[in-house]
Design a protein around this ligand. Structure first.
Ligand code: HEC
Length: 125
């Protein structure tokens, strides 16, 4: 093999490895929230998240003020700001105005337990 071919081959190999590494990254939906998805579903209905969001499996949740929460586990960022993780998702749900001041999602006084359950539901819907 000529040196040029070798170089091309190793570049191709590196690209494959890099792609494999990205593909192999587990989606955030595999993350452990420690919450209870069933209670999360009830909390989502109680707080009325569906008025602004489309949410899989939640009757009447067809809102379009905010982005759809379907497949939120596959999103890299929460609200385009926080790297998607169970902790960050819960922080957002509880304190959206602290994370992105002035955005259209109000602080809804979601307590810690409800935020954990809601995150569990959203990741596993
Ligand atoms: C009054 C409308 C409104 C209500 C009610 C509301 N949201 Fe939101 N939500 C928004 C808007 C607008 C955004 C986009 C904010 C941004 O990106 O700056 C958002 C963003 C989000 C995001 C990030 C989505 C993404 O694509 O990154 C999550 C998660 C979320 N909301 C969850 C909830 C939950 C859970 C509730 C109920 C406890 C709720 N929201 C209630 C308007 C609302």
């Amino acid at each position: 093999m000529k040196p040029n071919d070798m170089r091309r081959l190793s570049t191709a190999l590196l690209i494959c490895l890099a792609l494999a590494a990205c593909e192999g990254r587990p989606p955030a939906s595999d993350a452990i929230t420690g919450g209870n998805p069933q209670s999360g579903l009830k909390a989502i209905q109680r707080y009325g998240c569906g008025a602004c969001h489309r949410i899989d499996g939640v009757p009447g949740a067809y809102g379009s003020v905010g982005p759809t929460l379907e497949k939120i586990g596959e999103r890299a960022y929460v609200a385009g700001k926080l790297p998607n993780s169970p902790d960050n998702l819960q922080t957002w749900i509880r304190f959206p105005q602290r994370v992105v001041p002035g955005n259209a999602m109000p602080d809804l006084d979601v307590n810690e337990t409800d935020a954990r359950d809601i995150a569990a539901y959203l990741y596993h819907q």
